[in-house]
Design a protein around this ligand. Structure first.
Ligand SMILES: C[S@@+](CC[C@H](N)C(=O)[O-])C[C@H]1O[C@@H](n2cnc3c(N)ncnc32)[C@H](O)[C@@H]1O
Length: 277
């Protein structure tokens, strides 16, 4: 897979393509990076890529003709992505979709951004979030990191990204390593017990609990089985809410009755209201 990153600051982007796992993936031929200096396509005396905005106002705007010339010099792309705070918010699903493509061109803006007509030259506009950076280079690095690691062979253990936050639809479960005890904080016993089935259930329950507490909006998009339903119910989520999320609430209720299970605690009002946001 190839990334062509179009930027006015190639030196900001290059280290990301040379170091760590992305650098190794390039050496192995799994990923290819082409960092393109937009200024080389200016074709004027002072290599100017920008101009003042029509209608006045602060700052400079990147010219559409310069971007067009630059894109025409690149090999055919599967997608041409413009980085802009006004784009679609980037997420794991988008990263998974883009990781299937052969060649991604990523346009990094600067100053006041691109002439609006650049929109006609791109296949999508992506934002990293509701904040404004000075340029697209850090956003391009994020895209390369998030998409590149999903390309088969780039990270050693395929399983490790399948269990990551968002890939499974839930936030990742907490991880621990040595020391076993640190300043009175112990590694949970189940992780040292060697009981694999218990360990898997604990991890799933932890992922459900973290997601419930930190990102309850993700739970409605999740396929929940009977044990997940019971785990969330024990954490205080009402069965009616679980049913709304498509969870097998009736089956869970039967199992709860049969086993005489009890809820750990009811949800507090603030927590409960977050379930509906
Ligand atoms: C100072 S910003 C331009 C902001 C633009 N005037 C606006 O308010 O939408 C310059 C460049 O940084 C990049 N950039 C800034 N914030 C970004 C974000 N949240 N996501 C993606 N790119 C961003 C874009 O490439 C943008 O063209």
């Amino acid at each position: 897979m190839k990334f062509s990153v179009v930027t006015l600051f190639p030196e900001l982007v290059l280290p990301f393509t040379r170091e760590a796992i992305l650098g190794k993936a390039q050496e192995k031929g799994l990923l290819q990076f082409d960092v393109v200096n937009l200024r080389e396509h200016a074709q004027n005396k002072h290599n100017k890529v920008d101009d003042t905005p029509y209608g006045g106002g602060a700052g400079m705007v990147i010219r559409v003709d310069v971007v067009d010339r630059c894109l025409q010099n690149l090999s055919p792309a599967s997608e041409v992505i413009m980085l802009t705070p006004a784009g679609q918010p980037f997420n794991q699903k988008m990263a998974e979709e883009l990781a299937q493509k052969e060649h991604l061109v990523v346009l990094c803006g600067r100053y006041e951004g691109f002439d609006a007509r650049v929109e006609t030259l791109v296949t999508r506009e992506i934002s990293l979030g509701d904040f404004v950076m000075m340029g697209g280079e850090a956003a391009a690095a994020c895209l390369m990191e998030a998409i590149g690691r999903l390309v088969p062979g780039v990270i050693g253990d395929q399983e490790s990204h399948e269990q990551d936050s968002f890939s499974s639809g839930l936030l990742d479960y907490p991880e621990y390593t040595r020391p076993e005890s640190w300043q009175g904080l112990e590694v949970p016993e189940v992780l040292r017990s060697g009981n694999h089935a218990k360990l898997l259930r604990w991890r799933r329950d932890q992922a459900l609990e973290r997601t419930l507490k930190r990102r309850p909006d993700l739970l409605g998009q999740q396929v929940l089985d009977v044990d997940d339903t019971i785990a969330l119910w024990r954490l205080g989520v009402p069965l009616e809410q679980l049913e709304k999320w498509g969870a097998p609430a009736a089956q869970a209720q039967k199992k709860i009755r049969r086993k005489g299970l009890v809820q750990n605690r009811p949800l507090e009002a603030a927590e409960s209201s977050r379930l509906h946001t």
